[in-house]
Design a protein around this ligand. Sequence first.
Ligand SMILES: NC(=O)C1=CN([C@@H]2O[C@H](COP(=O)(O)OP(=O)(O)OC[C@H]3O[C@@H](n4cnc5c(N)ncnc54)[C@H](O)[C@@H]3O)[C@@H](O)[C@H]2O)[C@@H](O)CC1
Ligand SMILES: [K+]
Length: 514
Amino acid sequence: MEDRQGQIAQVVVTAREMREIEGRIFAAGMPVAALMEKVGGLITARVREVGGSRVGVLVGPGHNGGDALVVARELHCRGYEVWIYSPFSRFKELTGQHLQYAQSLGIPCYQEIEELPHCDFVIDGLFGFGLEKPITDSLAWAINRFNQWEQPILSIDIPSGIHTDTGEVLGAAIRATQTFCLGLWKLAFFQDQALEYIGKAELIDFDIPGVDVQAVLGTLPAIKRMTRTQALSTLPLPRSPVTHKYQAGHLLLICGSRRYAGGAILTALGGRASGVGMLSVAVPESLKPLLVSHLPEALIIGCPETQTGAIEYLQLPEKTDLSSFSAIACGPGLTLDATAIVQEVMASDRPLVLDADGLNILAQMGTIPTLQKRQGATVLTPHTGEFVRLFPHLPDPKQDRIQAVQAAAAASGAIVLLKGARTAISHPQGRIWINPNSTPALARGGSGDVLTGLIGGLWAQTGSKGIPVEDIVATGAWWHAQAGILAAQERTELGVDAFTLTEYLMKVISEWVT
Ligand SMILES: NC(=O)C1=CN([C@@H]2O[C@H](COP(=O)(O)OP(=O)(O)OC[C@H]3O[C@@H](n4cnc5c(N)ncnc54)[C@H](O)[C@@H]3O)[C@@H](O)[C@H]2O)[C@@H](O)CC1
Ligand SMILES: [K+]
């Protein structure tokens, strides 16, 4: 049971895949009406927990409307006052039958929004994954009116008007307070542009057989949703009782400048929180005392500086070269004057995380040709602005973040982590992890620096264990977000500065592990 729920929690589907999976269930003999009844019953049970007794139900022409009508009928039978709004004249057969029966029970059905009496909440069953063209005219107008209402709106499957795959608004879309996603997570739930419409998201599992999911998605689905179980299986815990510090990885961080000293500290604190065995931090010479005072256990490498206070070149300790490190993370706070350093680490064959100015310098060097020459594995961690600078010829991530990150990884051969409310990580061959939960508290200067150090530290510890790099990166993203969520719970969304975040990294993980 645990297993099935764990697997279902990771699955993410497109509208086409959902239709194929649904097709297999129907072909195997499940009557369409029975499935609708089952799903409607599950939604009703959740709706009844919401409270209120006067309900407006928005009913569309397809099976999303059919689901809504089952809920309307069940609520009516349980003593709720129910009104239906449906401005359509033609319905799919099953939906039409449900509407007829609902009306026979005395549930009023209105075609005009003004006729709907005041209700405690609204159920949105206008369109689900069958929406195929933009919503226009009077229906778009009505949706915009519903959005101005104060009452909570509960959407069935997906807020009506949201594209199931890209998350874009097709003409007009319901802004839901809560959305009950049916059966399997749809891609739109992880596209930043849809999040304000989806509200609180909840999966209603209606027992889709695992074999049908596998038959359509394959044994290694392309897009997966990160889960706690997955993250815990990747973390380097428990440690072997006989390990020594060099077996727990050696991370080299290259970061900071006189102008951006704090970025170096935050990156290093992120690296430290990963538990990495040995931490070396290369910074401009003048930052060395500052870093030593914050991280007494790390080896701080002071490097010659440019006139502007950037690292001029790497000056590693004697008998050390880049091959001494299990992973390198480079970029936060470097400024654009540290080009030589980025060239040097690009030429090494070490696992490399590039972030911030490291990415901006890579963009100047020419992202794709430079990466194609690299011997080792590379992780890029851009936010949207850096992404566009790195990949100016690829589709704009604002339109479809998942497709954009997939295209970037394929074109560059790097593992690309695109930051956002729903951070997505793609492997060059198209495998994607999505981090499903985060907090706007993390939209704050320095929080990305912490992530870079953390991912570097995890990679240094686990890279040699055969764990796929994208799993390690996704675990870092998950851990970082969970620390932000816990910190925001305890300190509000205003209380999660990047330094505080580094302290919550340990706190959150000890809660999971114990
Ligand atoms: N996948 C599954 O296994 C299940 C799906 N169910 C429900 O079925 C839904 C999908 O049902 P459908 O395929 O009937 O699709 P929808 O109910 O999403 O809507 C399709 C209908 O809307 C019309 N339409 C599409 N775009 C329009 C537009 N812009 N303006 C006006 N009309 C438009 C279409 O002509 C069609 O009649 C799901 O979202 C879910 O709610 C559930 O009943 C049970 C199980
Ligand atoms: K809907």
